[in-house]
Structure formats: structure tokens, C-alpha cells
Design a protein around this ligand. Structure first.
Ligand SMILES: O=P(O)(O)OC[C@H]1O[C@H](OP(=O)(O)OP(=O)(O)O)[C@H](O)[C@@H]1O
Ligand SMILES: Nc1ncnc2[nH]cnc12
Length: 172
């Protein structure tokens, strides 16, 4: 399916934030979505890394499709380990709310080749933090995938460094 077909099924709130949950509820749409997110990813990932929260839904579906494991990058304060055992990035994303993302480094091996999945890349803040966490754990990022990836100054480093697989890219 192309982006417009998915877009027609999304909901929107008054702030213009699109709700992708309806794409999960329909079995055919969800199956098409996980296939489309994997299409063109030819870098043979050994693991999918998903970003809290909707990247968990999409990332675990993609991991199943690719027959590899799934590693979550979680919102700060959720993983049950002391701070000094975790990798953490403090960020302010498109919402202008301060938040943090955390990864337990033992979840990845140094020879892991990660595909990092999220639903949406707007300013690129969360995806940049997640790819940085993966690399800080010693693994490599071979590609990133999302339904929508905006092109702007914030996402430029992602497009320059990685294969960005999105159903739609563009500035707007
Ligand atoms: O490119 P950015 O500016 O970082 O924006 C993209 C992020 O914003 C949303 O997360 P959010 O935490 O709002 O929602 P979620 O918890 O439902 O995934 C979306 O899921 C991405 O993770
Ligand atoms: N679901 C979404 N819709 C529109 N813009 C977004 N930016 C981050 N998530 C978004």
C-alpha cells in the first residue's frame, strides 16, 4: 500500500497529530504495513530496536517479519536498573516536552546490526537519541524505518548517516 492509503485510515487531533492506531486494528492494513516497512531493507539486520511507545508496536511486528529479536528503547525511569547500569539521553522533541530515553546496553551485542523503528520522525530528536544509544552500546545501526520521516535540519544527520526507510519523506 502507498502512504496515501495509510494516511486515509489515520485519525487526527486538533493539533494535527495523526493517530496511527487504526492502522494496527485492521489485520490486512497491519500486515501490509509491516511488509512495507521491511521493503527495501537489504542490510540484513540482526535485531530490531523500537522506540517507546508506538515504535514497540511497529518494531516488534517488523522483528517478527524479519525473524530477528526485538530490543526496546524505553522512556526514562521505566527500566528496573540503577542509573549507572543504563545508557540515557535527555531530549526535547517536537512536543517541546523534556523527556529521556534509556537502553540497557546488555540487550545488544557489539556485532549486532540494528534496524531502528519508530512510527514518525518529525524533528528527528527521538530517532537521533535512539541511534546514539545503540551505537553507545557498541552495536551498529544499519537502517532506520518509520511510516513518515520529515526532511529538515534535525533529520538531516539521519538521512546522511543511515538508510532511512519511510513510506513518505518530504519537508512538510
Ligand atoms: O522526531 P521527533 O520530534 O522526535 O518526533 C517523533 C516522535 O514523536 C512521537 O513520540 P511520542 O513520544 O509523542 O509518542 P508515543 O509515545 O505515542 O510514541 C513519535 O512516536 C516519535 O517517537
Ligand atoms: N503521530 C504524529 N503525527 C504528526 N506529527 C507527529 N510528530 C510526531 N508524531 C507525530
Amino acid at each position: 500500500m502507498d502512504y496515501e492509503e495509510y494516511f486515509e485510515q489515520m485519525g487526527t487531533d486538533t493539533a494535527g497529530r495523526y493517530d496511527i492506531s487504526p492502522l494496527f486494528g485492521d489485520a490486512d492494513t497491519f500486515a501490509a504495513l509491516r511488509t512495507d516497512l521491511c521493503a527495501g531493507v537489504d542490510s540484513e539486520p540482526t535485531v530490531v530496536v523500537g522506540i517507546d511507545a508506538l515504535g514497540f508496536v511497529l518494531g516488534s511486528a517488523v522483528a517478527t517479519e524479519m525473524s530477528v529479536g526485538f530490543v526496546p528503547v524505553r522512556q526514562g525511569g521505566k527500566l528496573p536498573y540503577p542509573d549507572d547500569e543504563l545508557l540515557r539521553r535527555d531530549i526535547t522533541d517536537y512536543s517541546e516536552d523534556a523527556k529521556s530515553l534509556e537502553l540497557h546496553p546488555d540487550e545488544l551485542d557489539v556485532d549486532d546490526r540494528a534496524l531502528v523503528v519508530d512510527d514518525w520522525i518529525e524533528t528527528g530528536t527521538q530517532m537521533r537519541a535512539a541511534t546514539d544509544l545503540v551505537e553507545s552500546a557498541g552495536a551498529s545501526v544499519v537502517a532506520v524505518a518509520a511510516i513518515r520521516a520529515h526532511r529538515n535540519e534535525g533529520t538531516k544527520p539521519l538521512f546522511e548517516r543511515y538508510d532511512v526507510h519511510a513510506l513518505r519523506t518530504g519537508a512538510e
